[in-house]
Design a protein around this ligand. Structure first.
Ligand SMILES: [Zn+2]
Length: 274
């Protein structure tokens, strides 16, 4: 398994699939595991590491959002105290999400030694800038809809760790499954957090973490620029050529597909306006 970062207080595991990141915050009194994923052997490895670190620590499991690649490993950690947004709890598409996991495992002949369930949440987080003490650390949570409907930003203020889920990736442009205006609002929130807080490391759901403030601001600017171009091309009925995007991010077949889906969503919401 690729270990993207290994520090005394933060470990980042990177899946072979879509560079998806699992975070593990190691406090003196607690462990906070975030989005354990994807392949059975990878989830087993992460489980092995958490068991080795446990030593009486309280164990928490947080989901940045309910996309299937982020909840796929839940069943391996059934006794961890779960945290997610209140919207995650009310997700009406949960059966579809579970079906995506089952289809994925079928497609690749994968078996797991745990059941595939939708995570029940012990600590649902509603409202914005909600503060919570976990172990010895001070956390602040923000709702982050846009990419999907139930995102949650997690800021460990004591250690300066900002875990954002599927925003501010350096390996993919914004994928919008839910709402363009909400996506903009979440980027505004991220810009405020990066400007006002002492963010020492930013962890994205796919790709590289960064400790460089300039890079954090750059990723925000790039995401905004993409959304603006997308909107403009739909409004003016101009062609938004995906070639430059696929050049920058690679994997042209997949990226084109996501870009087309974004265009379709923005066209659809423009058509829905009165
Ligand atoms: Zn994802």
């Amino acid at each position: 398994m690729i270990v993207q970062l290994h520090s005394p207080t933060l470990r980042l595991y990177e899946s072979a699939l879509m560079r998806t990141v699992t975070s593990l915050v190691v406090g003196d009194e607690y462990l906070l595991l975030v989005d354990p994923n994807w392949l059975p052997q990878e989830v087993d490895y992460i489980h092995f590491e958490t068991e080795a670190l446990r030593e009486g620590r309280e164990c928490y499991l947080l989901f940045t959002h309910s996309d299937y690649d982020h909840i796929i490993g839940y069943g391996k950690f059934p006794e961890f105290m779960t945290i997610a947004s209140a919207a995650f709890v009310h997700n009406q598409q949960r059966e579809d999400t579970l079906e995506q996991i089952r289809a994925f495992d079928d497609d690749y002949y994968l078996t797991r030694d745990y059941p595939i369930n939708y995570p029940p949440i012990v600590h649902p987080i509603g409202g914005d800038a909600r503060e919570l003490t976990i172990g010895e650390d001070h956390y602040v949570f923000y709702q982050s809809p846009g990419h999907n409907a139930d995102g949650l930003l997690t800021f460990n203020r004591s250690r300066g760790i900002l875990i954002v889920g599927d925003y501010l990736s350096n390996v993919e442009f914004p994928f919008i499954y839910h709402s363009l205006p909400d996506y903009h609002a979440t980027l505004d929130k991220l810009a405020r957090i990066v400007a006002e807080e002492d963010v020492k490391v930013l962890v994205t759901g796919h790709g590289d973490h960064t400790s460089d403030r300039e890079e954090m601001r750059h990723r925000i600017a790039e995401s905004r620029a993409y959304l603006n171009r997308l909107e403009r091309s739909v409004r003016r009925n101009e062609i938004f050529d995906a070639a430059e995007l696929t050049e920058r991010y690679g994997f042209p077949r997949l990226m084109r597909k996501y870009h087309e889906a974004n265009l379709e969503l923005v066209r659809q919401s423009a058509a829905d306006l009165p």
